[in-house]
Design a protein around this ligand. Structure first.
Ligand SMILES: [Zn+2]
Length: 57
């Protein structure tokens, strides 16, 4: 699973530890992401179901 980091300098989200602006990216506070995680797992499940429906899994 990919870890999303947030740049301390410009506030952009990135997957690299160093942002494109050369700022340092850190792990955002988990609380801020709990809601998004719920949506992400729901989306994953929905995608899985649709793949099963198409006979791709
Ligand atoms: Zn940045």
């Amino acid at each position: 699973m990919l870890k999303i980091l947030k740049c301390k300098k410009c506030g952009d989200y990135t997957l690299k530890e160093t942002c494109s602006c050369n700022g340092k990216a850190i792990t955002p506070k988990p609380a801020k992401f709990s809601l998004e995680d719920k949506y992400a797992s729901y989306r994953r499940k929905a995608k899985l179901d649709s793949l099963k429906g198409e006979g791709l899994l």
